[in-house]
Write a protein that binds this ligand. Structure first.
Ligand code: GLA
Length: 392
């Protein structure tokens, strides 16, 4: 969809020529469900994301309209009352960011009209919420001339998600969205927030994101449940060895020695995933730098096995899709994001790309009854302002 056309459709809502902003989504290549355990992750920002078009108001109203949810109409909030309100639905991401930044010292001098247009499939595990949070954070800082370091902005967005929205997520999504860099993945240590951009130039291969179109059922409650299970696991290993600070610090050798003492068995498997996924992510970065995509693909396959069996965050549709990719010639495939539905990420050889996608599409549909959707992953820079020349 042409963004110029969208803006002109909402001319009355905006009232003047708007400022424009874009925030990417993200896909995680490997390092899943360990960003809240002090582990290392390897996401990349993608060119599907969220746009915002913004004009000033003379009053203290924030008026929000989503092109994608026009049935919700215009949602209003006063700058003087930004408390969470379930009736505001998706707009709570915006009020949450505004409230957090105002508490931090930003002076919001006037109201805004904010038109949102998203190109990410919702609930597909590609971080539409982090994309929106960081987008609002970035645009209000620009509108109110308030300076915040980009990494700090991603932390604020994570806090909003944790405390205001009530999802206990880690830092990966907000960080990837804010700090994305075209043609690069982000190798992030979620404990220290040290990171490196790793070039993502896959010769003769393409990263494909495949949407199962199975909505992520129960993802939030199961997500919080996994976090609590990991807390139990950590308390048990710390009772044995108090120098262990987080689960991802444990080497595989150490884990083997500790395993017998971690109980019940389900907690042991959660700890095992944290330990093995950390190892796989480290190895995957070495493989990527050496352009050893076979190895990278194997590590993705193993990551999926671990998420399915040890961490238990996959589902029938994700497993089926991964299985089809592996069978029909992908170098590697795995679920990506929180799981329980959503997307798979796979690496495919360019020469067979179309054939593989067609085979996977047919097989997946025959077995699950869902229609798969595929996106060739294009990387993106992090959340940014779009110049007038770029969109008008
Ligand atoms: C969600 C969370 C992230 C991360 C992933 C799983 O996307 O928001 O913080 O935990 O799940 O890796």
């Amino acid at each position: 969809m042409n963004i110029k056309k969208i803006v002109s459709e909402h001319r009355d809502f905006l009232g003047a020529t708007p400022d424009a902003y874009f925030s990417p989504g993200r896909v995680n290549l490997i390092g899943e469900h360990i960003d809240y355990l002090g582990g290392r992750v390897l996401p990349t920002a993608i060119d599907l994301g969220t746009y915002a078009f913004v004009t000033k108001r003379d009053d203290r109203q924030i008026r929000l309209l989503s092109h994608n949810y026009q049935q919700d109409g215009t949602i209003m909030a006063s700058l003087d009352d930004l408390t969470y309100n379930p009736d505001r639905g998706w707009a709570n991401y915006a009020t949450g960011m505004l409230q957090a930044l105002i508490k931090r010292g930003m002076v919001a001098t006037h109201g805004l009209n904010i038109l949102i247009y998203g190109t990410l499939p919702n609930g597909a595990g590609l971080s539409s919420s982090a994309s929106l949070e960081v987008l609002i954070g970035h645009l209000v800082c620009e509108q109110y001339h308030y300076a915040v370091d980009t990494i700090e902005l991603s932390r604020i967005a994570q806090q909003v998600e944790n405390q205001y929205i009530g999802v206990n997520c880690g830092i990966m999504d907000q960080f990837a969205v804010a700090m994305g860099k075209r043609n690069h993945a982000i190798y992030l240590d979620t404990e220290s927030l040290d990171f490196e951009w790793v070039p993502l130039e896959l010769k003769e291969h393409t990263i494909v994101i495949a949407n199962t179109n199975k909505k992520r059922a129960l993802a939030d409650s199961k997500y919080n449940e996994r976090r609590s299970e990991c807390d139990v696991g950590l308390a048990q290993v710390q009772a044995i060895n108090p120098s262990i600070e987080n689960l991802c610090d444990i080497s595989y050798g150490q884990y083997v020695k500790l395993a017998d003492q971690i109980a019940p068995e389900v907690i042991r498997r959660r700890v095992k995933h944290a330990v093995t996924e950390t190892d796989r992510t480290k190895q995957a970065v070495v493989a990527l730098r050496a352009n050893d995509l076979e190895k990278f693909g194997n590590l993705m396959d193993m990551s999926h096995e671990s998420l399915k069996n040890d961490f238990e965050v996959s589902c029938f549709e994700l497993d089926q899709m991964v299985d089809s990719f592996q069978k029909h010639g992908a170098l590697g495939a795995r679920m990506t994001g929180a799981g329980f539905g959503g997307c798979v990420v796979a690496i495919l050889p360019d020469g067979q790309l179309d054939i593989i996608l067609e085979k996977v599409r047919q097989e997946y549909n025959r077995i699950t009854d869902y229609e798969a959707e595929f996106y060739r992953c294009q990387t993106s820079d992090g959340t940014h302002t779009i110049t007038k020349e770029e969109w008008r």
